[in-house]
Design a binder for this molecule. Structure first.
Ligand code: PHE
Length: 357
């Protein structure tokens, strides 16, 4: 027993004396790793009698647990210490008066959202809004996505806890439910855009769990795909300020539009750079002619009215337009990043004003 006790005490002493997380990792491997000192003791158990083996096995397990717990606790205290140090050096006093050189900046997403609204306003669209927390009907069913439809899984939705009546609200996975809400509460014709936050369980360089979309909806008596193409081509060329920007439509599928398409714009991705123009493609929107079932679900007579809808990713447009390589930085609330990529508060976008090109 003594060798185990001595060994354990020695490891615990070294854990207590460690001054960095990397040292702890070495200690863990040295004691509990494949060839660790404690692991080696377990290997000797086979040569013992059954009673002795049991007692010894329990003692070794206790020692392993004690060492693992001590290492975790020490790691946590290092993390807390590092955070304290960071907070102390990066501290800002928010009660200080505003200094002219430290004026607030407008976030690129807000700026691009204003630019998008300005462009569509010039085309005669008005802005509609809907809630971030949606019900199943508006987010899925009315959009021709019935229960068990694969598109529901595709969306990786964030659900809220189930209510007493068995229903479950969710964070909207797209801005399309605003189409339904608007058609239910207004008479056609419709010509709206609906900018806002959307949520899906996803995170990498070009996806974040919360992101922004703008929905568009045009419903009238004689609307066709040509109008859809014209509206979106005009939008893309105006927002990027590049008259011959490469832009392509690809056939696609959405349950709520028929036919459906996706559109990509030409871009370049090289060495961490991300720019408009070039031979790569970045998908920026989904669109199509509104499915008659969607019109009917929202109480619109599909024999009289028809039109198109589209959903644009705002964050991706901001990344491309302003050369921001990583989407995740948008939502880290780092003031240094915002000072670099943000906009002056009075730099209000307008089509006539040139949209910050
Ligand atoms: N809602 C779709 C999405 O989030 C985009 C879309 C909107 C497609 C409207 C067609 C029409 O992917």
């Amino acid at each position: 027993m003594d060798d185990l006790d001595t060994l354990t005490r020695a490891v615990l002493d070294r854990v207590a004396a460690a001054s960095a997380a990397s040292e702890l990792e070495d200690l863990r491997v040295g004691a509990l790793g494949k060839k660790g000192t404690i692991t080696e003791l377990v290997k000797g158990l086979g040569s013992l009698g059954p009673e002795e083996r049991k007692a010894r096995g329990q003692a070794v397990n206790l020692a392993k647990d004690a060492i693992a717990a001590a290492i975790d606790a020490r790691k946590a205290s290092f993390a807390a210490r590092d955070l304290e140090a960071k907070l102390a050096t990066e501290r800002i006093d928010v009660t200080l008066p505003v200094r002219p050189e430290a004026l607030g900046r407008i976030h690129p997403v807000s700026q691009v959202m204003d630019e998008i609204i300005a462009i569509f306003a010039a085309q005669g669209f008005t802005v509609a809004e809907g809630p971030d927390i949606e019900d199943d009907f508006h987010n899925f069913t009315a959009l021709n996505i019935p229960a068990n439809h694969p598109a529901r899984q595709m969306h990786d939705s964030f659900y809220l806890p189930r209510k007493a009546d068995g229903t479950q609200m969710l964070l909207r996975t797209h801005t399309s439910p605003v189409q339904i809400r608007h058609m239910q509460s207004h008479q056609p014709p419709h010509r709206i855009i609906a900018p806002g936050r959307t949520y899906r369980c996803d995170s990498d360089q070009t996806h974040t769990p919360m992101f922004h979309q703008v929905e568009g909806l045009v419903i009238d008596r004689n609307i066709h795909m040509g109008h859809l193409k014209g509206v979106l081509e005009d939008f893309v060329r105006t927002i990027f300020g590049v008259p011959d920007l490469s832009f392509r439509f690809r056939p696609s599928h959405f349950p709520f539009t028929e036919p459906s398409a996706e559109a990509d714009i030409g871009c370049t991705r090289k060495g961490g750079e991300f720019k408009i123009g070039g031979s790569d493609w970045l998908e920026i929107l989904g669109c199509g002619m509104v499915h008659p079932k969607v019109l009917e679900a929202a109480g619109v007579d599909s024999t009289e009215w028809q039109g198109f809808a589209f959903g644009l990713g705002i964050d991706r447009i901001a990344m491309l337009k302003y050369g921001i390589p990583d989407l995740r930085a948008f939502f880290e609330a780092d003031l240094r990043w915002l000072r670099h990529y943000g906009f002056a508060p009075l730099d209000i976008p307008s089509v006539a004003g040139g949209l910050n090109q």
